[in-house]
Design a protein around this ligand. Structure first.
Ligand SMILES: *Cc1c(COP(=O)(O)O)cnc(C)c1O
Length: 371
């Protein structure tokens, strides 16, 4: 049996006709950049995220950069973030000229550990940027509390967490600005790159709308220097076809996560494997189903791949250990939980169309692993 890490073709097969109609509509309109289709998507996603405003842009990475730009973060400033995330979380901070300040993660959720934030705050700190990793919100109550005490904005990297909730509130409505990605493999995926920002702040929303079109208040009149990061109408049309299905897909992902956890409990593996930890009072959307294997992780990855199970490591090198961030001066061992997670975790296949017998095969294959 083959169990791919992700299979987007099944989703596409079900939506093919609707997607083609949407794409045709845009082709007929010859309106390809921003415009009515993007405006409608922004309205729908603002509602979905329970945020007052949504502003489309070209990618999740750009959303992070635009968020920092809109908050005037610049050289000499510091932004506190997690070392255990996709590269863009930290590179966006460095791109503004500011310094990413990495603090360690909470080992059960792999999210920024709020108890370590306060000690990292200096007179140069300008924002806190948690990531809702794998589809589970960072502890936003604790983070918001410390942020409020120091009058710092929280920027949510919600690229993996569209529709996730913390205490009944949606990702993207929990901080000053929320950043989303619609990279094709995300839970809501475009047919290429696309991204979006959410905010409850009218002035910030207006500024973001300017910054994404070169900082122009009106055409050819530039009040500040922005970037070119517009959302394509074709992507908006694709996303609008998919959005009504998103809650069903998230539900299917949660059910598959429960199934894995149940199968794993009954599997009596010959090695230590920890299923994902779900915090109380959250809605986890299981962008990834990540398990921790304290010993023999790499041998296990090879075994699974050799038997047709697609697995992946998110992320094998923590951000503070990346060569490009050597100038920041972190040493190995500086952030032990992130480094341990990079050594001990792996993601199993999860997607809404994953079948029970495939999940059973994944767990059986785990059961055949001889450490
Ligand atoms: C995917 C992702 C991004 C970047 O999004 P792109 O649309 O690929 O630019 C940023 N942060 C996290 C946590 C991501 O998973």
């Amino acid at each position: 049996m083959q169990v791919p890490l992700l299979d987007l073709k099944q989703q596409h097969a079900r939506l093919r006709e609707e997607l083609r109609a949407g794409v045709d509509r845009i082709l007929d309109s010859q309106q390809f950049v921003l415009g009515e289709e993007v405006r409608l998507l922004e309205e729908e996603l603002a509602r979905y995220s329970t945020a007052r405003h949504a502003v489309g842009c070209a990618s999740g990475s750009d959303a992070l950069l635009l968020a920092l730009m809109a908050l005037d973060i610049k050289a000499g400033d510091e932004v506190i973030t997690t070392p255990f995330s996709f590269f863009a979380t930290a590179s966006a901070i460095a791109r503004t000229g500011a310094t990413p300040v990495f603090i360690d993660i909470e080992p059960r959720t792999y999210n920024l550990d709020p108890s370590l934030v306060e000690a990292a705050i200096t007179t140069r700190t300008r924002a806190i940027m948690p990531v809702h990793l794998y589809g589970q919100c960072a502890d936003m109550d604790a983070l918001s509390e410390v942020a409020a005490r120091h009058d710092l904005p929280v920027i949510e990297d919600a690229a993996q967490a569209i529709g996730a909730e913390d205490g009944g509130r949606r990702a993207g409505s929990l901080g000053r600005i929320g950043c989303f990605s619609f990279y094709p493999t995300k839970n809501l995926g475009a047919a290429g790159d696309a991204g979006l920002l959410t905010t409850g702040d009218d002035a910030l929303a207006e500024r973001l709308r300017r910054l994404r079109v070169h900082g122009g208040a009106t055409e050819y009149l530039h009040t500040e220097i922005g970037i070119n990061s517009r959302l394509d109408a074709l992507q908006a049309a694709v996303l609008r076809v998919k959005l009504p299905h998103l809650d069903g897909w998230s539900q299917a992902r949660r059910e598959r996560a429960e199934t894995y956890s149940l199968l794993l409990t009954n599997a009596h593996l010959r090695f230590n494997l920890r299923a994902p930890f779900i915090r109380e009072n959250v809605r986890h959307i299981f962008h990834q189903y990540v398990v921790r294997v304290p010993e023999h992780r790499d041998a296990l990855v090879e075994h699974l791949r050799a038997h047709g199970v697609g697995v992946k490591i998110y992320y094998p090198v923590p951000l503070h250990m990346q060569e490009c961030f050597r100038y920041l001066g972190y040493r190995e061992g500086a952030l032990p939980e992130a480094e341990r997670a990079a050594r001990e975790t792996l993601a199993l296949p999860i997607y809404p169309e994953l079948r029970l017998e495939q999940q059973q095969y994944v767990v059986d294959t785990l059961g055949r692993f001889q450490p």
